[in-house]
Design a protein around this ligand. Structure first.
Ligand SMILES: [Cu+2]
Length: 150
């Protein structure tokens, strides 16, 4: 009889402890998981570099302007004929046009417009070789210019 009473007390105490702890947990409520704040700021894509401006040389009756243009390897230079005469931009040296180290042009290098372009027209050439390349207007070889390819 005494054993049963002790067992009962133990059961009551255990159940009591279980109830109180359960209740305490309920009061505390479910631990609210912190909602992930969007701390990751959207990565701004870099704005297009303004280096994409056209590498244009204007040819007038007084010559090429700018006389020297600096570009990056692989870029293209455009020569626009704003003069009253024809413009045939070609690699140095007149008349062989063979300084720029590509072959297959009409005379020497491929850096050669190979024809006189009338006023208002333009010609472009892409530079794949780094260096300092002089050129001239084959129709008026005293008009010269330089392309610096970095
Ligand atoms: Cu020439």
């Amino acid at each position: 009889m005494k054993k049963i009473a002790i067992s009962l007390v133990v059961v009551v105490v255990v159940v009591g402890i279980w109830l109180t702890t359960r209740k305490a947990n309920e009061v505390a409520g479910p631990v609210s998981t912190p909602t992930p704040t969007s701390s990751v700021s959207p990565t701004l894509s870099p704005s297009p570099t303004p280096s994409q401006q056209s590498n244009t040389v204007i040819y007038t009756d007084s010559g090429y302007s700018p006389a020297t243009i600096t570009i990056k390897k692989g870029q293209t230079v455009i020569w626009k004929n704003n003069s009253s005469k024809q413009m045939r931009t070609a690699s140095a040296i007149h008349p062989t046009h063979s300084v720029y180290p590509t072959t297959g042009g009409c005379v020497g290098s491929t850096f050669d417009a190979c024809m006189g372009l009338p006023s208002g027209q333009e010609w472009s050439f892409g530079f794949e070789n780094a260096g300092t390349w002089k050129y001239h207007n084959h129709m008026n070889p005293s008009h010269t210019g330089t392309v610096v390819v970095e």
